[in-house]
Structures are given as structure tokens and as C-alpha cells.
Design a protein around this ligand. Structure first.
Ligand code: ARG
Length: 468
């Protein structure tokens, strides 16, 4: 069957020029909506039978035909035709060729609400799968932190050593970021989960379609109340792509988080830091330098953030000048959407695998964390406890650091006389300030990198992640 039978009936005397067909086809990428398209069509046909447009026999033959086509597509035996433009027409044309009642399937439906429902079905599943994978990544971060629970590293601001933190605390920072990402995706899901079928091309239908029934069949229901959720304006129903933009935006932020994590790993795996080792399977060599072991997975993850952010920009730009309602421009949404979903899922999966194959070099971490300057702030807090105003304490410790620098002695090797030369508030207990374990125990605030608090946070996340 040629495309003219399905979409160019009557009005057109000839098909589009070959060049136009090649320019306007979307089958090369929207074929992957086939399962959703078939599911949506079966639901629509079931409803058409309920309202008397199809007989039971016709419904049965349509359903059988669609299921058969689905099996052939799944087995890679279906012949996609470029001249049939998109997934919707390919499947419908093939159905009608096999089953005469197929010609009734499109009653009260347009490709405009059809593509909207297909994409929503697809994205709903995609978000659920991504959700699961994000929890897996959180688990990998918690596991890496828990396996190295005693390891302390310098925390950095401006990429300069700042204050000591547990390695696990650093890992848990990303767990928190990912938790917000998951919330954003779940929030987006609730707006994806609305059924646009029945919107028709733009203005619904004069036929008594049962929109709520279709929504129920396709599980477009409220997760708590179970009530069907259908779009409330037919024009909005066919032209709304907000949910895609939301997904792309949540993905862009996720990609940025993964890029930052990648950057940390790239720094840590360098000889300059040497905090971690990534297993060979997750690194690559250099074609020229025999000694090289490069963190390509992390670098590519960092690089791919660029295209995910770009996809968000492409979608926003695509939509900004569109008059109501459906415009063919909207066909450009799918490749950005697919690429976004594929890219973030791959990045999350690979990051999870890489972290599971990463070990911590406790010696290098301990050496870096033993820098007494990391505890300069603790020294100021010490003076505050002795009654000194913080601004003054900050100044005094600054002078002590200056003295250490001048005399070439590490801060913790200055004598009590050296300290007292700067301020008589220093007492013999000042040496305690440089005991790193004690310093970590002193950090007791919620969210601080203290010994007890980090243990508590690890336990909290371990428990939480065991429940999802
Ligand atoms: N392939 C089209 C898309 O992706 C399907 C909808 C076409 N609708 C239309 N009126 N031409 O948007």
C-alpha cells in the first residue's frame, strides 16, 4: 500500500517528491515507538468497539493484526517503508493491508494525538527505568563510601585544600544530588502521565469517544486515587511538549551532576592526587604512550553533558516560535528526546559500573589529609572556645600560619612558646587540635563530615536504598 492510501487520499494527485519524502520522514528514528503505537491503537480500538464504532469481530481482527505486526517488528522481520513517513502510518497501512477493519482504526483520531500519546507512553517507561538506574548509582556511591568509611581526604574550595572530610562524606554529597534528580524525574513523570487521546487533530471529535476509558486502558491514572487522567484542552493536548522540556531539563541537570562527579574522579585518579584507582576495564590506554591509563569513561561522561544540555536548548528553541497548535516542526522533538534519554541512561549505567570497579588508595588520602593546615579553622574555633571573638581568632591563626611558613615548620610542629608568642590564649591543650581523628569527632552538626554523623548518614542511605 502506498502512502497515498493512508494520508494523501483524494486531495493529492501525486505523492511527494522523493527529496521531500526523504526530508520529511521520521520512520528512521520514530520506529522505536512501535510498541507504544500498537498499545495505543489497541486501546483506541477497544474504546471504538465499546462505543459501537467497531463490531466485536472487527476489534478482534484489528487486535490480532496489530499483535501479529508487533511480533514481526520484535523479531526484526517487519519491513519499514520510508515512503510511509512515520511509525504510525507504517503500522496502520500494514494493518489495513492485512485486515479490512484496519481502515476504521483511525476513527476519531489524528496522528497529532497519536504521536502525543505514543511519546508519553514511551517516556513514562523511560523515566521509571532511569529511576531504577539512578537508585543503583546511589547504591554504588554509598557502597564505595561505606567500604572506605575510615578514609579522610582534604575537602577543597577553589580547588585549594580547605578542611578535612571523610571520603564517604564526599560520596554522599553526590547521593544527595541524585536524590533531587530522582525527585525531579518523578515530578516530571506525573505530568507525562496524562492521556491526550481524544484531542484529535486539534479540536477533539464529534464522535462520542470515551477518553477516560482509553486513559484507564493505557494506565494514565493517578497513582494514588486510580482516577484516569486526560488532557483538558484539545489544542494543548496535541501541541504540549512541556513534559519533554521538563525531562530534558532534569536530564541536563543530572548530566551536569555526573559531569562534576567525573571531574572529581579524573582529578583523584591523576598521579597528582592518587586518591583512587579505576579498574582496567573502565580505562583505556594511549596509542602512543605505553604508560598511560586514561579515565575515558569519566571524560566521556563529562563530555556528554554538553550534548544533553544542547538537547534542552534545541527543544526550547524548537517550541519558542510555534503558533498553536501542531506544526510539523514538532517532529524534531523526538531525536532530542531519544538522545537525551539514551545518553543519560548510558552515563548513569557506566558510572555505576565504574564506581563498583574503583578502589581507594588509603595511603595517598591519609598523606593529603595529614596536612595540618586543614585544621587552621579548628584552631580558630579553639580560640573562640577560650573566649576570643572569631574575627580576632581568624587573625591570630593567620599569624600562626605565617609564622609556620616563615620558620619552615609545619603548623603542628610549632612549640607552645611559638603559639603563645602570638597569643597567650593558647594553652598546652592546643596540640590536641592537630589530632585528625579527634578533629573529625568534634564535627557533630547534622550534615557535617563528623565521625558519628557520616556513619549515621551512611546508615540512613543504606536503609533508604534497601527499601526502593
Ligand atoms: N511524524 C509526526 C511527528 O513526529 C507525526 C505527526 C504528524 N502529524 C501531521 N499532521 N503531519 O510529529
Amino acid at each position: 500500500m502506498s502512502s497515498s492510501v493512508v494520508s494523501r487520499s483524494g486531495r493529492f494527485s501525486a505523492g511527494p517528491a522523493a527529496e521531500v519524502a526523504a526530508f520529511s520522514e521520521s520512520i528512521s528514528f520514530d520506529w522505536r515507538l512501535w510498541a507504544q503505537d500498537i498499545r495505543g491503537s489497541i486501546a483506541h480500538a477497544t474504546m471504538l468497539q465499546k462505543i459501537g464504532v467497531l463490531t466485536k469481530t472487527e476489534l478482534k481482527s484489528i487486535r490480532g493484526g496489530l499483535e501479529e505486526i508487533g511480533r514481526e517488528i520484535a523479531a526484526g522481520k517487519f519491513q519499514w517503508k520510508l515512503e510511509l513517513e512515520d511509525v504510525h502510518m507504517n503500522i496502520e497501512a500494514e494493518l489495513t493491508k492485512r485486515v479490512p477493519a484496519g481502515a476504521k482504526l483511525h476513527t476519531g483520531r489524528s496522528r497529532n494525538d497519536q504521536v502525543a500519546v505514543d511519546v508519553r507512553l514511551w517516556l513514562r517507561d523511560e523515566i521509571e527505568a532511569l529511576d531504577g538506574e539512578l537508585h543503583g548509582l546511589q547504591r554504588a556511591l554509598v557502597d564505595l563510601g561505606a567500604a572506605n568509611a575510615d578514609v579522610i581526604i582534604p575537602g577543597y574550595t577553589h580547588l585549594q585544600r580547605a578542611q578535612p572530610v571523610f571520603f564517604a562524606h564526599h560520596c554522599l554529597a553526590y547521593v544527595e544530588m541524585l536524590a533531587r534528580d530522582i525527585e525531579r524525574f518523578e515530578d516530571c513523570w506525573s505530568r507525562v502521565n496524562v492521556c491526550p487521546l481524544g484531542s484529535g487533530a486539534i479540536a477533539g471529535s464529534t464522535l462520542p469517544l470515551d477518553r477516560e476509558f482509553v486513559a484507564e486502558l493505557l494506565e494514565f491514572t493517578h497513582p494514588r486515587t486510580g482516577k484516569p487522567r486526560v488532557t483538558q484542552n484539545s489544542m494543548d493536548g496535541v501541541s504540549d511538549r512541556d513534559f519533554m522540556v521538563e525531562f530534558a531539563a532534569a536530564s541536563a541537570l543530572l548530566a551536569v551532576h555526573l559531569s562534576r562527579l567525573s571531574e572529581d574522579l579524573i582529578l583523584w585518579v591523576s598521579s597528582e592526587f592518587g586518591f583512587i584507582k579505576i579498574a582496567d576495564a573502565y580505562t583505556t590506554g594511549s596509542s602512543l604512550m605505553p604508560q598511560k591509563k586514561n579515565p575515558d569513561v569519566a571524560e566521556l561522561t563529562r563530555g556528554k553533558a554538553g550534548r544533553v544540555v544542547g538537547n534542552l536548548m534545541a527543544l526550547l528553541t524548537l517550541l519558542k516560535g510555534l503558533p498553536m497548535t501542531y506544526n510539523r516542526d514538532l517532529q524534531e522533538d523526538k531525536e532530542r528526546l531519544f538522545d537525551t534519554a539514551d545518553t543519560v541512561r548510558a552515563c548513569v549505567r557506566l558510572m555505576t559500573g565504574m564506581l563498583a570497579n574503583t578502589s581507594v588508595n588509603a595511603g595517598a588520602c591519609a598523606r593529603a589529609a595529614s596536612d595540618p593546615l586543614l585544621l587552621a579553622t579548628d584552631l580558630a574555633d579553639y580560640l573562640v572556645r577560650k573566649g576570643m571573638p572569631f574575627r580576632e581568632a581568624h587573625h591570630v591563626v593567620g599569624s600562626v600560619v605565617g609564622l609556620a611558613e616563615m620558620t619552615g615548620k609545619p603548623l603542628n610542629e610549632l612549640s607552645l612558646e611559638d603559639f603563645r608568642g602570638v597569643s597567650d590564649r593558647f594553652g598546652p591543650d592546643v596540640v590536641d587540635m592537630f589530632d585528625l581523628r579527634k578533629a573529625m569527632a568534634r564535627r557533630q552538626l547534622t550534615g557535617a563530615p563528623g565521625t558519628k554523623e557520616v556513619k549515621r548518614q551512611l546508615a540512613r542511605w543504606t536503609k533508604r536504598l534497601a527499601q526502593v
